[in-house]
Design a protein around this ligand. Structure first.
Ligand SMILES: Cc1ncc(COP(=O)(O)O)c(C=O)c1O
Length: 443
């Protein structure tokens, strides 16, 4: 346990991580944890992968970092080609960053710069969705809707319109799940018209919502309708795939599942699998060419953009994902794992929903299954799940506030893409036990 003041969490002092191998982590007392959520949906190849470590070490032996305005490098160029190929030609350009918030921030800035470049600088407004999380920098925080994290910064956030979440388990009142996509599309169109399309820069959304919703895939047809509206009114479409992308949902781009191509897209977590910090903002030829013509390039990026060792890590991770056919594994095993989890948790009356796509699964806990009533927030059930899971040697990702920003308890599972069948079974068993224990101790 940490003795450093301020290093801990709401549930008490944190254990000290010592080392990891594959799907397992070990703390300094020797306790073993199976990583059922890849931390916060990051560690797509698990821990200590010898080939990734060797690629990083080899790069460090040459040079750690060639600054982007002085040098390019083999890892940077190869990784860029790999990413653009994995996106099936959807994008022509990219700028590297060090994480998800920077990636989203870059996406927002690229959209604004595009509208300046094409002579429509009045397009400054973003439309986003309720119950979504896009990051902690001021722009990314502005487009998020996470009241607790935004409140202390009110007054300095960008003005943003937030339309309803695309959540079939919790549709807006009076809306049937079958009508949800149509309802949401009409709501978005009304907001574009209310603002005036000539003032709107872009619509940003998570194709599969992560922490703010507890893994919420949009209803069928939703992404196509949103794309069509953006085209109709000339808005840019930004997909935030920081959590759901880079293969997590079984396709390299999460939105490929819907057959939809955004204009701009953020990626991070699974890109380098947590071996080194790395993210990127990708943008299409339509967006990039006017910017290059008007300004010479995008005015975003940082000192560590395209950090050479980070790109070497990302390249090694992505090569392994491709070589070992891990996206097909995520697609196939993900569905079976979700079904098995749903079956195992069905006897627990407080499990309201088990949902997701690929190796990105959300469990929602409710007071009663029929009424979907959430638990009172002061019961802190999500925290109790976290504590119970850690006691049992499971890392999962419990989240709160998915219902209204305060109430709602969900648990995210996001195992490594290469987790074995036996490891998936262990995650399932321990997750079930952790939920049962958390319910018992908070009753
Ligand atoms: C969808 C999404 N976007 C952006 C972010 C911010 O990423 P980071 O924490 O790496 O800055 C996150 C983080 O959880 C996320 O889930």
């Amino acid at each position: 346990m940490s003795a450093v003041p301020g290093v801990g969490s709401a549930t008490g002092p944190l254990p000290k991580v010592a080392w990891g191998r594959g799907s397992y982590l070990y703390d300094t007392t020797g306790k073993q944890y199976i990583d059922g959520s890849g931390g916060p949906a990051v560690y797509c190849l698990g821990h200590g992968h010898p080939e990734v470590n060797a690629a990083i070490t080899e790069q460090l032996g040459r040079v750690a970092h060639g600054y982007r305005y002085i040098f390019t490098s083999d890892p940077l160029e190869e990784l860029s080609a790999h990413i653009l190929r994995s996106c099936d030609g959807a994008f022509r350009h990219l700028v590297y960053v060090s994480g998800g918030s920077e990636a989203v921030e870059s996406c927002l800035k690229i959209a604004l710069q595009y509208w300046s470049a094409v002579g429509e600088p009045s397009r400054r407004r973003f439309i986003a969705r309720k119950r979504s999380w896009h990051g902690n920098t001021l722009g990314a925080l502005s487009v998020s809707e996470f009241a607790e994290r935004q409140r202390p910064f009110e007054g300095s956030l960008l003005p943003v319109s937030h339309v309803s979440a695309a959540n079939a388990y919790r549709p807006p009142e009076g809306v049937e799940p079958a009508d949800l996509a149509e309802y949401l599309s009409a709501e978005l169109e009304a907001e574009i018209l209310r603002l005036g399309p000539e003032r709107v820069a872009a619509f940003i959304f998570e194709p599969v919502v992560g922490a703010a919703g507890g893994v919420v895939p949009a209803p069928p047809g939703y992404a196509q309708k949103v794309r069509a509206l953006c085209d109709k009114y000339g808005l840019l479409l930004i997909a935030d795939e920081v959590m759901c992308g880079s293969g997590r949902c079984g396709t390299w781009r999460a939105l490929a599942f819907d057959g939809v191509v955004p204009d701009i897209m953020s990626i991070a977590k699974g890109l380098a699998g947590g071996y080194l910090p790395l993210g990127a903002a990708l943008y299409s030829a339509r967006v990039g060419e006017p910017i290059i013509t008007a300004h010479g390039g995008v005015f975003t990026g940082h000192t560590f953009s395209g950090h050479t060792a980070a790109c070497a890590a990302g390249l090694a991770v992505q090569k392994i994902v491709e070589r070992d056919g891990l996206l097909a594994r995520v697609r196939d095993k993900g569905e079976a794992f979700r079904a098995a989890l749903g079956e195992a948790l069905a006897p627990i009356e407080e499990v309201g929903d088990v949902r997701g796509r690929g190796f990105f699964i959300g469990i929602e806990l409710v007071q009663d299954r029929a009424g979907k009533q959430p638990f009172p927030p002061d019961r802190r059930l999500f925290q109790a799940v976290s504590v119970a899971a850690m006691e049992l040697g499971l890392i999962c990702y419990p989240c709160s506030g998915n219902v209204d920003g305060q109430s709602g308890d969900t648990v995210i599972l996001a195992p490594p893409y290469n987790a074995s069948d036996a490891e998936l079974e262990e995650i399932l068993e321990k997750q079930k036990a952790a939920i049962e224990r958390a319910l018992a101790v908070t009753r």
